[in-house]
Design a protein around this ligand. Structure first.
Ligand SMILES: [Zn+2]
Ligand SMILES: [Zn+2]
Length: 279
């Protein structure tokens, strides 16, 4: 009896470990891979490692990396203005999910590819789609299903369940950044950016540091989003680990001017600021 209980405990702990692994694999795939690495060039890693990191985002239903990056770069150019692909000003449900099906008139395929001239040079990234169409989205869905069937066949139902749970949470993190972190009623602002971006602690935790979104809009190229000691940013810590082990270089840090702001009353500064903060 005692042996059976002990075995159950180990099985449960094993599944928790798988869940944590998948959470960081898929989560960092989006935050570190799609976002900070590909979109903003906040750091550089060897090409093989870039593919390994980015695969976590792709296998979490994020669609082709070039498509994601093209949309996100447009978001930074037009945040909360006409032409922003997913501002909550156009409705919460639209910003949360439905924007993905209504890119007509927002960004043509030509504009998408022009946004991503750097990534278009990479034939592997290009192979996963570089146009707003059903084909790359369905291809991503099919590959995600095959991946999970393989998990089930190799490791069993428990590991598949751990993956599905991690995927279900991680998938919504960037969608919540797009909505909650642009809602004036949520969180707080540390910087007077042109948009209505906010820092929201629970999105920060859930999204491995991406919820410090006002900080991010203030300095989009910075690899570090959490600026105060309590603004937990797992993606930044992962970047530091990669840098320490020699796998990441040219890591973009917030400028000294931005870091100095931590020493003053940011709210007061926001009132005084006439011009938005830039890196
Ligand atoms: Zn934003
Ligand atoms: Zn960004």
């Amino acid at each position: 009896m005692e042996t059976a209980t002990s075995a159950n405990l180990w099985t449960a702990l094993g599944l928790v470990a798988w869940f944590v692994f998948f959470y960081f694999y898929h989560g960092l795939g989006i935050t570190l891979g799609y976002h900070r690495l590909l979109t903003h060039k906040s750091l550089q890693v060897p090409r093989w490692l870039m593919y390994a990191i980015v695969s976590g985002g792709y296998l979490c239903l994020m669609n082709g990396p070039i498509i994601w990056v093209g949309v996100h770069r447009l978001h930074h150019q037009k945040s909360d203005m006409p032409g922003d692909p997913h501002s909550p000003r156009d409705g919460f449900a639209h910003a949360l999910l439905f924007w993905a099906g209504s890119m007509d008139g927002i960004q043509t395929n030509k504009e998408l590819q022009n946004q991503c001239r750097d990534l278009m040079k990479d034939p592997i990234l290009r192979a996963f789609g570089c146009e707003h169409a059903a084909r790359p989205a369905l291809m991503c869905l099919a590959i995600c299903i095959v991946f999970r069937v393989a998990l089930f066949m190799l490791f069993g139902a428990g590991v598949l369940a751990a993956n599905l749970l991690a995927t279900a949470i991680v998938f919504w993190a960037p969608q919540l950044v797009n909505t909650v972190c642009h809602l004036p009623s949520q969180g707080y602002r540390s910087f007077a950016t042109r948009d209505q971006s906010r820092n929201v602690w629970w999105v920060g935790l859930m999204g491995l540091g991406e919820g410090w979104h006002n900080n991010h809009h203030a300095m989009p190229t910075s690899a570090r989003h959490g600026m105060k000691w309590w603004e937990i940013d797992y993606t930044w810590w992962a970047t530091l680990l990669l840098e320490k082990t020699g796998l990441a270089r040219n890591v973009v840090r917030p400028s000294a001017r931005i870091l100095d702001l931590k020493m003053v009353d940011l709210k007061e500064l926001e009132l005084k600021q006439k011009e938005p903060v830039s890196v």
